[in-house]
Ligand binder design. Sequence first.
Ligand code: GDG
Length: 480
Amino acid sequence: MARLIVVSNRVATPTETKGSAGGLAVGVFGALKDAGGVWFGWSGDVVSETVANAGPTLVQEGAVTFATVGLTKKDYDQYYRGFSNATLWPVFHYRNDLARYERDEYAGYRRVNAWLAHKLMKLIEPDDIIWVHDYHLIPFAEALRSEGLRNRIGFFLHIPFPSPQVLQTIPPHDELVKSLCCYDLLGFQTRNDQQAFHDYMAREARGVVRELGEKTGEKTGEKGRQGEHEGEIEAYGRKLRTGVYRIGVFPDEIAEQAARYESRQHVLDLKQSLEGRKLIMSVDRLDYSKGLVERFHAFEQLLEHSPEWRGKVTLVQIAPPTRSDVASYKVIREELEREAGRINGRYSGLDYTPIRYLSQQYDRWKLMSLFRESQIGYVTPLHDGMNLVAKEYVAAQNPDDPGVLVLSIFAGAAAELSGALLVNPHDATGMSEALERALAMPLAERRERHETNMAALRRNDLGVWRDRFLRDLASVPQPR
Ligand code: GDG
């Protein structure tokens, strides 16, 4: 069996792969453990040039080598904070209004990709399969190819792929797409994202796009393949495959842990403090793509238009800050604090605060047990590649008395979770109506919706996502 090399902007630490950090790290590590190999990327540290050049630092854990490098301040500013998070992230989430373009940041982005690729070259063996993750590393395969590498290289985009006109707001859009064509397999979260890429390839890059049709589970006998289209592209002198691979979770493990933590002190404390009120739970990295302000406004409308709910329902929003040195993240944080304060000022009582806004990180299993305790999972991003919180919320419910998922149509997860109440995050009235409907939903309907969602999660769990991608990558012809 070929070894696997995983490349991602950040590398999980060996401890994080043991369970509590998050599903993705555990899922990817599972594949690495089976095949043996290397997990390569940035350590998360900003270091001097001498230290950066001395890397990578290698840590061995069984058959897996964790190989990490530090970044200099300049590299961090240009590659990570600049082009990745102040250009690509906003544009790929349809927020061109928040994006900036600086030529030297783009140059830094390409320089760091080339430097990382050069560092990795020494660790690659001839039959290794290379799996690169996310928007920070679009030019990575091109850099490896220019060092002469012939191995199979796949890329999975965790975030949406924008429509061609939106992508074109990034001045070097054509170079980025040409770089993507140096991969052998491109994986997208949804059919929409894949289609947007195909549209660009056909219309702007004048490539040949072949839709190879929909794979059905019946034809292949495989789990979780329904609705997953395959494509083949010929462009810039290369031939590559595209596919839809919807990322999932391990639902039974989450259900088990959420139930195990149910009687812990933090849950009892929360229950006591709610004094019988209904609980709406939201958890997101603090990011403008997650639609937090719009969500607060819809909750405010519920209190405004349905006075019977005042004092009877609490929204807990957990939002650990991320990328706080990027200007637009400071703005969203201030706006959120202001809006939570304003709404609470309007509707609080001496013993009631409608929104509890917690700007901090919580333990993963604690979060799952809070999900289980709540009546509504309120997940309303403006754009989201998949949104794992929606899936975790479903998995954490008590099947005998499940909560209701209120989910944005703009989350990739909406294509699978047909048992959710789907909402448009730009429609505050529609969202507040959905909240009301969820709060009053009879048990039989809640159970039915939950079963539908759980079946979808089991059909396409994290293992299915990972194994399908790797199997498809292994089956593409070896590049010449
Ligand atoms: C990107 C794409 C795509 C959140 N707060 C805490 C915490 N979390 C965990 C959640 C979940 C993860 O972080 C967030 O994943 P999401 O999928 O919701 O969103 P992104 O971070 O934006 O991820 C997204 C994903 O990649 C995977 O492909 O689905 O669309 O944007 O697991 O539970 N975990 C802990 N404490 C917190 O306070 N422990």
